[in-house]
Design a protein around this ligand. Sequence first.
Ligand code: MN
Length: 294
Amino acid sequence: MFSQKSQKKLKLSYTANHQHWVGSGFYVNGLIRPTEDLNPYISPFILMDYAAPKYFSKTNKRRGVGEHPHRGFETVTLCYKGEIEHRDSAGGGGTISPGDVQWMTAGSGIVHDEFHSKQFAKEGGTFEMVQLWVNLPKAYKLTAPKYQSIQKSDIPVLQLSDRTKLSIIAGEYNKTNGPASTFSPINMFKISGTAPDELTILLKNNTNTILFVLDGSAHIDGKDYPKKSILIFEQDGETIQLKTSNNFNALLLNGAPINEPIFTHGPFVMNTREEILTAIEDYKNGKMGTLPKS
Ligand code: MN
């Protein structure tokens, strides 16, 4: 008997039109935020900011976000256009160029800064990036800080069809693994195509799935979802099915939900209020480290 894989139904969708500045360098749409209603369907993901393509004129100033802490989760930065420079108190750092991904585990605590690279600022140009916050299971919230610098060339690219490619940043697709190591089961894929296509993406049952459309549009069950759309799918089912437009470009986030309480405060994501108070104290007392003088 042939068994048909069941489709994950679309649960909700929205586009964000409000933009705000993060520091002086990142003009972002806050596309995902942790709320009690949303958490069960976005976990292990907590937050997503999208800096849509924006032109920055040349400058000698440093544009970005100065020294700040994080504890209890990971920040994942995907550069699409422009260049980001980063330094952290655990000794990590470097330049993130188009196609590169920085996967930083804040764990027990890290202090870092994030700026347009000196070279990019000096020349000016179009800047585009995504930053995600990925939650850590309770057992790993105080793990040692870590930094994974993933180059574009480290990311395997599969051909889903003659028109559509799937790049694996984290997780596994069709027996190919992505380079990022994660603390809970996560798939992070880029999907891009030049011509319209019909896609069936294979995922696991009982996982959360978020599709973010960066360019072109996705067509699902008779409706079009233009760029800057966030599509959140039901946990039930093993595939997502969509039609894509010309010049389609999307980010697919999928993972096993972490079914633990979340207590967030600013740059800290813990399980309880007490742990947040401890995080604030520890940061004040320099326990998350300091940056080398620039
Ligand atoms: Mn940060």
